[in-house]
Write a protein that binds this ligand. Structure first.
Ligand code: CMP
Length: 142
């Protein structure tokens, strides 16, 4: 089925100037960018986005990192988009990520791991709605 998923290019990857390189990987995989915004998250926004991790020991470091610089946030649309995006990203820990994935190629650590992607169709809907209103998403008709 055609799905949508939320992608974030994190501050480390923005700083490395590889937004286009990462976008090219999405496009080569058949994922279409249907919404995008560069933003510098506030602490409140980052805490709210990652609320599910609030009790985890890495929460504070995660939030500090995510507000350390601008991020590029986008909605990707395509057949099986959630799983396809996760395949392209590779494992959360770059040491575990398969060769040729974004995290294997560009991530420095499990904390500074270049990209975020929704982990399931249901969370994808929540994460897309966190950042974008319906009028900000541009479905592809051709
Ligand atoms: P992300 O997909 O953005 O979701 C939460 C982030 O927390 C994750 O990527 C990692 O960058 C970070 N993180 C740090 N330590 C861990 C851990 N032990 N397990 C999962 N995520 C972690």
């Amino acid at each position: 089925a055609v799905e949508r998923t939320l992608s974030i290019i994190k501050p480390d990857a923005v700083a490395k100037n590889i937004i286009g390189e990462i976008y090219s990987r999405f496009e080569r995989a058949g994922l279409k960018i249907v919404a995008a915004r560069m933003m510098h998250l506030s602490r409140e926004q980052a805490e709210a986005f990652y609320a599910v991790h609030k009790a985890r020991p890495f929460f504070k470091d995660l939030v500090d990192f995510m507000i350390s610089g601008p991020v590029m946030v986008q909605v990707l649309e395509g057949e099986n988009a959630v799983a396809k995006h996760r395949d392209i990203m590779g494992a959360t820990d770059p040491k575990q990520a398969e060769a040729g994935t974004i995290r294997a190629d560009f991530a420095d650590s499990i904390d500074e791991n270049a990209v975020h992607g929704s982990d399931a169709v249901e969370t994808a809907q929540q994460e897309v709605n966190f950042f974008f209103g319906p009028d900000e998403i541009c479905p592809r008709t051709r």
